[in-house]
Write a protein that binds this ligand. Sequence first.
Ligand code: AMP
Length: 191
Amino acid sequence: MLYLILFGAPGSGKGTQSDLLVEKYHLTHLSTGDLLRSEIASGSPLGTTLNEYISKGNLIPDAMMIEMLSKEIDKHASTSKGFILDGFPRTVEQAEALQQMLSNREGSNVLLLEMTVEKDELIKRLLKRGETSGRSDDNLETITKRLEVYEAKTKPVNEYYKTRGLHVGIDGMGTVEQIFDRINQTLKQKI
Ligand code: AMP
């Protein structure tokens, strides 16, 4: 079972590329951001708490995210051909928990694709998305915070996968189609 981690800073194109990959490879898309936003949209008390973290650009506590992801994998595992993990893991603690989860599942094939995009371009893309997304975190102040959190807490996840030989870098600059092509070239060699 393939667990393809689409990794990169906010605005690096994880969601966009996930949609294309799902269509081509029929994988199950697990986006922790989407799961959190649907909880917020439900109007539940939990959603209100989650929105306090998200709208300020902070991460949700690891224990909560690990439980959420683990439940989603369990829910789909028997019918899925494989997963795209979009937005998880976002800390080294989450990476360790994922590794632990998958060590109990035979035949797990993990690969992390890191999409690299220049900072100016990330900000440009996120501000543009903010014009229509309605997301509470697509404004300049929260974007700046999210990029800081990415550098401090999320970027180190790369090393975790590099040391295990499970990391591939993808140039995330260019058109959606160009980036999708690069990802496909990698997948051809790796899966
Ligand atoms: P995203 O849609 O992936 O950009 O996620 C939006 C926001 O949801 C992030 O800025 C975090 O506040 C929160 N979030 C999403 N995934 C995670 C995660 N794995 N760990 C902690 N917080 C998360």
